[in-house]
Design a protein around this ligand. Structure first.
Ligand code: ADP
Ligand code: UDP
Length: 247
């Protein structure tokens, strides 16, 4: 496939939700292809729905554009085709950075708390991005020992950026009548060594609850066999277009 400006190169990596290609004659960019696949519990549970890749590509790119206006730099360059994105090639930091605004998921389980309690200000957690180890939680010192982050300053940068993304996204989703319960982001370093937001922000990587009904509009519908997975993702994109359309 090509987009005029960019030519799709070789497949470099196939992940659970995306395929990563090089861009021909271009070392600075990557070509991300969003698949229809859905996985949970470290890929032990697998599924898919039609157009999921296209929906997530559109959601992610709208969010990156929105964050750019708040001066949060991301890897996003431009969309190509229906479900592909050109982005800056980064040296990825092998941490999943989770921010929580409400008790849910593994946090609820770990501390035996009911889901839905507010965590004011938001808290940040680091997980070591390693499928074989099932992405274990790591302390700052463990992350430094594993050399995932360069130094404590870089960890502080990750926390600061994650909380900035959080503040922007809380308002972004509130405008859609949706509470941002928690989310995961990944970061990488650009040529200058600056930390930049990467990967994706989509209903795969966020918990999104309808403000009034508390209905789940994210991957928990798949994880917990609630049905209506595709409808929930479509509903998020529909509300985004209604409220933040024209981006
Ligand atoms: P996973 O690897 O967890 O299965 P995906 O299927 O989403 O996830 O694969 C996308 C891969 O691309 C991830 O490993 C992610 O860290 C990596 N990635 C995302 N953005 C960039 C980027 N800008 N530069 C380099 N790698 C990236
Ligand atoms: N998350 C993610 N990828 C992961 C683990 C978590 O995108 O590999 C997201 C998840 O969708 C949720 C947030 O990070 O929005 C917090 O997830 P949690 O630690 O509660 O784990 P879970 O119970 O979802 O596995």
């Amino acid at each position: 496939m090509n987009s005029g400006k960019y030519l799709q190169g070789d497949l470099l990596y196939e992940g659970k939700a995306k395929k990563v290609y090089s861009v021909k004659n271009d070392k600075k960019h990557l070509w991300l292809h969003f698949k229809d696949d859905l996985t949970a519990f470290n890929a032990q549970k697998r599924g898919s729905f039609e157009k999921k890749g296209a929906i997530n590509r559109d959601i992610a790119s709208m969010i990156f554009r929105h964050l750019e206006k708040a001066e949060i730099n991301s890897h996003f360059v431009e969309n190509v085709g229906e479900r592909d994105m050109i982005c800056d090639k980064l040296e990825m930091i092998a941490l999943e950075v989770v921010v929580r605004n409400f008790v849910a998921g593994s946090f609820a389980k770990k501390f035996n708390l009911p889901e839905g309690g507010r965590i004011s200000g938001g808290i940040v957690e680091f997980y070591f991005k390693n499928d074989a180890l099932q992405d274990p939680f790591v302390s700052d010192d463990q992350a430094l020992y594993l050399k995932t982050a360069r130094d404590q300053r870089e960890l502080e940068t990750l926390k600061r950026l994650a909380l900035h993304v959080n503040r922007e996204l809380i308002d972004f989703f509130l405008a859609l009548r949706v509470d941002l319960i928690d989310f995961k982001v990944e970061f990488g370093r650009n040529h200058d060594g600056d930390v930049v937001l990467a990967d994706e922000i989509t209903p795969d990587s966020c918990r999104l609850w309808d403000r009034n009904s508390h209905e789940k509009l994210d991957k928990d519908r798949f994880r917990r066999d609630l049905g209506g997975v595709g409808e929930a993702y479509k509903e998020i994109l529909k509300r985004m277009r209604e409220v933040h359309g024209g981006m």
